[in-house]
Design a protein around this ligand. Structure first.
Ligand code: HEC
Ligand code: HEC
Length: 374
């Protein structure tokens, strides 16, 4: 596919692959944002975005002629002159990015970098997962999350400006700029150079993304209770042999991180009548279990669920049920009543019916699956 005689190759294949992959990945991240249910997808999109940005940064130095940053670096005066000419409907024609478009590109690249990095920071703090898991507190993560959202919506605004700019320039110069970003070519005007196509690299880029997605999502389709799908694992809660022994006979040995220490004190004080059962625990066992519960209670905020349970309770509330905490209720509000009556669910307390990682206490969204009615 050599460029036709009157045509000039402007956008090399890697640049086009980058552009459209970025559009797909950013859209995917926006669509899956805000719902924990799609967090694994959102996070994959985020890391893919960062990988694409790293590529674009390198390509800006070693890539095809029009992809190099040097070829579209314009001073503010040039941009001002361009905008003035635009107002008079006669802006000069640029083969690559025009000065205003170039500034939008640099702004978008900078903003996307900030979005990607803040996303990794939010994941590391709010979820205590990912590349820099645990670098800051969950509270810090909640604050950063807001910044991350503001940046993302600013980006949506800039994309709108960018698309508007493309439409205006296409119209003013009677040139299909969207088409040019698809096939790479523009009509030749003057003696400017064509760029090399770099086809192999251009094809490899999206293939790498697809391969990474296949690797990342494969466990989602093969998971069971022994192999829950947890693309990112946060802190694993400490296990205690005696807690497992004493508390797993009738139900899941609930992780102590999902109730505050007050609740656990109350539960052990009332162990003679535990939801109609007498736990009949020896004093020494109770002392040990109490200590384990206190060291790993919601107040310790070991993971996001623990932190949120702790913050959802009034300071003196001591519910005996995890399922009575406002956080738990909010998270499970949308589950239809019929699901709770299914024989393979039955009780709100049968966490493992829906959470494949309940045993580990991680309650990762990706490992959650409501069982179909039998
Ligand atoms: C009928 C199925 C079902 C049962 C039973 C169930 N859950 Fe859930 N759980 C869900 C669903 C659905 C969500 C919402 C996931 C979302 O918002 O993405 C959820 C969310 C959660 C979350 C929030 C995870 C996060 O990081 O956002 C926690 C923690 C949790 N459940 C704990 C429990 C515990 C503890 C139990 C048992 C006491 C339990 N669940 C029982 C279906 C269930
Ligand atoms: C002899 C059986 C038995 C044993 C042993 C037992 N429990 Fe329970 N537990 C129950 C029953 C029954 C319920 C109510 C379950 C329901 O509502 O579906 C319950 C509920 C709970 C709940 C509330 C679940 C919810 O709805 O959020 C917690 C927390 C709990 N148990 C903690 C413990 C701990 C900690 C231990 C170990 C020290 C323990 N249990 C040992 C029978 C038992």
């Amino acid at each position: 596919m050599t460029p036709r005689r009157a045509q000039l190759r402007v956008w090399d294949l890697p640049t086009r692959s980058f552009h459209w992959s970025l559009a797909v990945v950013f859209t995917a991240a926006m669509v899956t944002a805000g719902s924990d249910r799609w967090l694994d997808l959102h996070i994959f999109a985020g890391y893919a975005l960062v990988a694409l940005l790293v590529f674009r940064l390198l390509w800006g130095f070693v890539g095809g002629h029009y992809a190099r940053f040097r070829s579209f670096t314009f001073g503010p005066r040039v941009v001002a002159a361009y905008l003035r000419a635009l107002r008079n409907d006669r802006p000069p024609h640029y083969v690559g990015h025009n000065p205003a478009g170039a500034w939008a590109i640099f702004l978008m690249l900078a903003l996307l970098t900030a979005i990607g990095l803040s996303g990794i920071a939010v994941q590391g703090a709010e979820e205590q997962q990912g590349l820099i898991a645990g670098w800051a507190s969950i509270g810090t993560g909640v604050g950063l999350h807001e910044l991350h959202e503001v940046l993302a919506w600013t980006m949506v605004g800039l994309v709108a400006v960018h698309v508007g700019g493309v439409a205006v320039e296409s119209w003013l110069h009677r040139e299909n700029l969207v088409g040019a970003m698809v096939h790479g070519r523009k009509a030749r005007r003057g003696g400017v150079p064509s760029t090399a196509p770099y086809r192999l690299l251009g094809v490899t880029l999206p293939l790498l993304l697809i391969a990474a997605a296949a690797l990342y999502f494969r466990p989602a389709y093969t998971q069971d209770n022994e192999h829950p799908y947890r693309p990112f694992t946060g802190p694993t809660l400490p296990q205690d042999a005696s807690w497992q022994d004493e508390c797993s006979a009738c139900h899941l040995a609930f992780p102590p991180s999902l109730l505050p220490v007050r609740s656990w004190q109350r539960l052990f004080a009332e162990q003679g009548n535990h939801f109609g059962e007498d736990l009949a625990l020896a004093a020494a066992t109770v002392a040990h279990l109490r200590q384990f519960a206190a060291a790993n209670s919601a107040e310790q905020g070991a993971d996001e669920a623990a932190w949120r349970v702790g913050h959802s309770l009034a300071p003196d509330a001591a519910p005996l049920r995890i399922t009575d905490t406002p956080y738990w209720r909010a998270k499970h509000r949308e589950i239809p009543a019929a699901v709770w009556r299914q024989p393979n669910v039955r009780s709100r307390a049968s966490c493992a019916a829906c959470h494949r990682d309940a045993q580990a206490g991680t309650f990762n969204d990706a490992a959650m699956a409501i069982p179909p009615a039998p």
